[in-house]
Ligand binder design. Structure first.
Ligand code: BTN
Length: 234
């Protein structure tokens, strides 16, 4: 049984769910505004108004079997936005949801000891002027009924949770088909180091398969590096 609690404002739906140590599988917190939204790599996530959504998944598999969770979440989010708003989005490896090449949303999965908090932020009915200038420059927003989008997220994430292991190949194929990073030159960003490479594909663990300038190939995990396009955000 999944339950949804909605807030006008909260610090962070991920942080709040983390504090709810006894919350059952399928507990969803959703807020219209976050005062301390969190992004990947310890960054903050600007959350002036939008759909900020987290669900707790209690999974017993070893973490090494769930490396594709963020990627499958991206597919679920993409499907939910299509269902609720009729808008087809794209995915930037590994966790960004894009519209027309700009960032519409992001995913932050935080987990340990079988408790995985899947956090999703979508710029829905967001006034771009409320975003910081550096974020605004690369942000996309949509106009959509928020309750409908939240229901669609619940439906698509439940589906993902059920199929997480059994339909992995199909979902990862859908991920790859909608991932704008693939088939392009990219910069791999690791701490202060940037390396140019060509993005060939994603493997079943959602690692990015790349070819370096010297012809060597490698699988790069999202914990190891993020990507930038050679000419800007994409
Ligand atoms: C990123 O793009 O770096 C990931 C952003 C994830 C933001 C969502 S909003 C709901 C949940 N609560 C948070 O504090 N972060 C995630």
């Amino acid at each position: 049984m999944w339950t949804v609690t909605r807030f006008d404002e909260i610090d962070s739906t991920n942080a709040a769910l983390k504090r709810m140590v006894d919350a059952p599988h399928g507990t969803v917190l959703s807020a219209s505004r976050q005062s301390a939204g969190r992004g990947r790599l310890g960054r903050s996530f600007s959350s002036p108004h939008g759909v900020y959504f987290s669900v707790l998944l209690r999974r017993t598999e070893p973490p090494t079997e769930l490396l594709h969770l963020t990627a499958m979440t991206a597919v679920a989010v993409r499907r939910a936005i299509l269902d609720a708003c009729g808008i087809a989005t794209e995915i930037k490896w590994v966790n960004d949801i894009l519209l027309c090449g700009k960032k519409l949303g992001g995913i932050l999965v935080e987990g340990c000891d079988g408790r995985y908090i899947v956090g999703i932020g979508i710029n829905c009915n967001t006034d771009p002027n409320d975003l910081p200038p550096d974020v605004q420059a690369m942000a996309a927003t949509i106009v959509c009924d928020e309750a409908r989008l939240i229901s669609a997220l619940v439906a698509r994430l439940r589906e993902m949770d059920e199929l997480l292991l059994s339909a992995r190949a199909q979902w990862m194929a859908e991920y790859a088909a909608n991932c704008v990073t693939l088939g392009k030159p990219v910069q791999l960003v690791r701490a202060d180091e940037r390396t140019e490479a060509f993005a060939l594909g994603v493997d079943e663990n959602a690692a990015l398969l790349v070819r370096y300038a010297d012809g060597q190939t490698a699988a790069v995990s999202s914990g190891e590096a993020s990507v930038r396009g050679l000419y800007g955000y994409l």
